[in-house]
Design a protein around this ligand. Structure first.
Ligand code: NAD
Ligand code: ZN
Length: 360
């Protein structure tokens, strides 16, 4: 009997429903330590000047900080935000509230951790390196798919690597799931981030790490994704279901792992700054050999929604560029082991990876 099963935390509180965003004021009230300890709202700058801004429940010296999601979060950016907060306020914040997609959710998690831990964020990239619990932090997703709202990681681009701060303290203390907030997401972005969820399911359900716990969430998320992307649901129903698919997809990988598309996508992102959702799609289309049913379904989804993926992304890369991407991708050992088993190095190597990157 093997012991040492992972004992991981889950989001302890979640509110779900259309318009539930307006409950945020009541949710935050008991968490306010005093009038000098503000709530800090890290908000996707898409919402600057939009209706949602006026609904953010500001009190006392609370602050909204708008952040662009054009680039994925960086360790330096986290350090700068933490320094700014320490300088501006005499007291540590009562809470950090991230409002946006995976980028803003990850930033909120990382800032909440770093406010209570010393040194630079890059020091904590890895597994279970965080020493002290984070400041109270809340996630409010405004686009569905990454599962960042439930996950135990915050993925950051550091000076040396793109890697998550994986820890028990990373998990949000509270999540607000309000499907109304995704109404303004542009179609292409909806598809790319939604496919992140679909790919999480495929990679988890086809992985060697799979157990009944992960499968139960993965099956649910996959069923929801198929409804959202292959059936003709009403707009509201599709929004509701994709938000729950993202949640279940995230839960599914908590106990398993992602796989080949994510490993290769990390390489693209590291070298070229290709964003997570679209990067996964660019890779996944060429993985028929590994995920035949998944890729077939993916192609149906592309067609139904008339999404045209960019071509020639890797066309002008040098040998060194390819090698950089290959090194990053092959470094994700757990992902390969999940996808292909313990002997994964016998199945896949630099040559194979290069041939996939060349098609992108
Ligand atoms: P994102 O946060 O990068 O946002 C994508 C685009 O959508 C941005 O232009 C943003 O402004 C826009 N947007 C978001 N909500 C909107 C709305 N309601 N209306 C209009 N525009 C809106 O997108 P994402 O795909 O959710 O997140 C990607 C990030 O998530 C990456 O940095 C990736 O590393 C991270 N990620 C984290 C985890 C995790 O478990 N922590 C898992 C997967 C991905
Ligand atoms: Zn992902």
């Amino acid at each position: 009997r093997k012991l040492g099963y992972r004992n991981f935390p889950m989001v302890p509180r979640v509110v779900y429903g259309r318009g539930s965003f307006d409950q945020l004021a009541d949710i935050l009230l008991p968490k306010r330590r005093n009038s000098d300890a503000p709530m800090i709202f890290l908000v996707d700058d898409f919402f600057e000047g939009k209706e949602l801004q006026g609904r953010i429940p500001l009190l006392f010296n609370d602050q909204i900080i708008f952040v662009s999601a054009d680039e994925e979060p960086k360790t330096d950016q986290v350090d700068a935000l933490v320094a700014q907060l320490r300088e501006t306020f005499d007291e540590p914040p009562s809470g950090i509230i991230g409002i946006g997609g995976g980028t803003l959710l990850d930033l909120a998690k990382a800032v909440a951790i770093m406010l209570n831990n010393t040194g630079k964020a890059e020091r904590y990239q890895g597994w279970d390196l965080v020493e002290k619990p984070a400041v109270y932090h809340v996630g409010v997703p405004t686009i569905s798919g990454t599962g960042a709202e439930v996950s135990r990681t915050t993925v950051l681009l550091g000076p040396e690597k793109k890697l998550g701060i994986n820890s028990d303290y990373t998990v949000f203390d509270q999540v607000v799931l309000d499907p109304e907030l995704v109404a303004t997401v542009p179609k292409d972005q909806w598809f790319y981030t939604g496919m992140d969820c679909f790919i999480h399911c495929v990679e988890s359900l086809n992985g060697t790490y799979l157990n009944a716990f992960s499968q139960s969430y993965g099956d649910t998320a996959l069923t929801l994704c198929k409804e959202v992307f292959l059936k003709d649901l009403s707009e509201e129903e599709a929004q509701d279901k994709l938000m729950m698919a993202s949640w279940h997809g995230g839960m599914s990988i908590a106990y398993s792992q992602v796989g080949i598309a994510h490993a290769l996508s990390y390489g693209l992102s590291y070298l070229l700054g290709v964003k997570h959702g679209i990067g996964n799609c660019l890779v996944f289309q060429h993985l028929e050999e590994f995920y035949p049913e998944g890729v077939q379904m993916f192609n149906q989804m592309l067609k139904k929604h008339q999404i045209k993926l960019p071509k020639g992304v890797c066309a002008n890369l040098s040998k060194e560029d390819f090698n950089t991407m290959i090194t990053v991708a092959l470094g994700m050992e757990a992902l390969w082991e999940n996808a292909l088993g313990r002997d994964w190095k016998k199945v896949i190597g630099p040559k194979k990876l290069r041939s996939i990157y060349e098609k992108i």
